[in-house]
Design a protein around this ligand. Sequence first.
Ligand SMILES: N[C@@H](CCC(=O)N[C@@H](CS)C(=O)NCC(=O)O)C(=O)O
Length: 228
Amino acid sequence: MGIILYGAPLSPFVRKADVLLREKGVEFELESVNIMPMPDWFVEISPARRIPVLRDTDIGKEGPVGTIPDSSAICAYIEKKFPEPNLYPADPYEHGRAVWFEEYCDSELAGAIGMGIFRPIQFNRFQGKEPDVAAAKKGYAEKLPKPLDYLEGEIGDSGFLVGDMLSIADVSLVCQLAQLALVAGPLDTSRWPKIADLVERLSATDSFTPCLVICKKIVKQDTIDLTA
Ligand SMILES: N[C@@H](CCC(=O)N[C@@H](CS)C(=O)NCC(=O)O)C(=O)O
């Protein structure tokens, strides 16, 4: 049996699948894919031209057979194939809420952080340009508070988004916020204390650290204070 995750650790969506596999203790290989431009063999297995794609070599060793694109589809597949520990709540309503938070973090929050903050800083750096700090500060001030205020209000006394267990919802949230931390440092603990606590707790676990260590090596520069 072999699981291959195609992608790059700096993608928060690849990170989500990476963390889920590690939480479940599944051995896998992370195979790096350059997305600019994407090689033909990868376009064949990624119809939406996105990373990640997962391959289960039990099902197919080359071409589209055995592959699943999209982090949410991948995580749902991983959960079915490797049910322990359970990262989707068993209760139907809580399951639905966990999948909703996963989707919200992957869309609304990812947009605010990725396009609004990470891209103006890190994509410029990758191209040898100065980071566009003004654009990132604008993104931080105008785009970030709405999703974070909402999510802060949804974290219960358990410290998790859904019920009293770690779920795909928390993994998705922390994977996106890791992207913010890479360029802007830790979150404002006075404004979003529950989220900041969740990020701190999960980022220190064995499931998150391997990916975060590699990301810090890729993003070598200092973080920028976007609150000032
Ligand atoms: N909904 C997708 C989103 C994946 C995604 O947007 N990946 C980005 C990297 S973070 C990508 O592949 N971008 C390639 C491109 O836009 O050309 C998922 O959850 O996997």
